[in-house]
Design a protein around this ligand. Structure first.
Ligand code: NAD
Length: 260
């Protein structure tokens, strides 16, 4: 398991869900890990990362909207590990509402964390990647960045922005030997979607599960695998892509025929 041997991976949102699963998987594949998050990971969860990647470094209390703090952390990680080969942007939040009732503060919260935060982490990691002449970025977008969904305006707008941020960065930085891609997951079972597993939300959860051809939620590890692919040399000719990993959500509509 050495697909990221001698690589340094900086992961935002590393304390939970998809970011934590990426930290574990990338560590198993030989990467050195620098994690950044607003919150601390569960100690047991981070111990598993450290077991596979001795020296793994986790900084909590960092808000990806805070450019000065983020720059400081990115520069410290680059100094500590010598370089930044891979950036995974997994810090993110959900958020809903319809336009005429939506507070601007809620719009700003969701768009600033999901889109501006992703831009800021890219901006400061790219300074190091350009100097190295190599690097790779994996952003977490969503199927909701490709399709609309009723009642979740700021989230979809932010994730649509992440898709095009990704494509523009791919164009601007290919000449520097840097690849930039994003993942578009369907619904994944993480703390972000935990609200959907309450009894009150069962009807919504069941509708959303039914949108997936595979009729189930994804697991964080099922996003970490595709993230590993994009971060590894197996994806050496892949840049500017929005890789859909959605159990068939966006494949189309299926009809349940009588008797089947
Ligand atoms: N879970 C899903 O169904 C799903 C589907 C598609 C896309 N995504 C995206 O994947 C990414 C990871 O989501 P997840 O499901 O693992 O969620 P999660 O809630 O488990 O993890 C998100 C992490 O981001 C951190 N975070 C939130 N705001 C932050 C901030 N301002 N600064 C720094 N860190 C912050 C949280 O502390 C948390 O550790 C998000 O961008 C999310 O939108 C998730």
């Amino acid at each position: 398991m050495t697909r990221l041997r001698d690589r340094v991976a900086l992961i935002t949102g590393a304390a939970s869900g998809i970011g934590l699963a990426c930290a574990r998987r990338f560590a198993d594949e030989g990467a050195s890990i620098a994690g950044v998050d607003l919150h601390a990971p569960a100690p047991e969860a981070w111990k598993a990362v450290e077991a596979a990647a001795p020296g793994a470094w986790m900084v909590d209390g960092v808000d990806v909207r805070d450019e000065d703090r983020l720059r400081e952390v990115v520069d410290t990680a680059a100094g500590r590990f010598g370089r930044i080969d891979v950036l995974v942007n997994a810090a993110g939040v959900g958020g809903g509402g319809v336009a005429h009732e939506l507070d601007v503060a809620e719009w700003d919260r969701v768009v600033d964390i999901n889109l501006k935060g992703t831009f800021l982490a890219c901006k400061h990691a790219l300074r190091h990647m350009v100097a190295q002449g190599s690097g790779c970025i994996v952003n977490l977008a969503s199927v909701e960045g490709l399709e609309g969904m009723s009642g979740t305006l700021p989230y979809n707008a932010s994730k649509g922005g992440v898709v095009l941020l990704t494509k523009n960065l791919a164009l601007d930085y290919a000449r520097h030997g840097i690849r930039v891609n994003c993942l578009c997951p369907g619904l994944i079972d993480t703390p972000l979607t935990a609200g959907l597993t309450s009894d009150d939300s069962a009807p919504i959860r069941d509708q959303m599960i039914a949108w997936h051809a595979m009729k189930r939620l994804g697991r964080p590890e099922e996003i970490a695998g595709p993230a590993l692919f994009l971060a590894s040399d197996d994806a050496s000719f892949v840049t500017g892509s929005a890789l859909v990993v959605d159990g068939g959500w966006t494949a189309g509509r299926s009809i349940e025929l009588p008797g089947q």
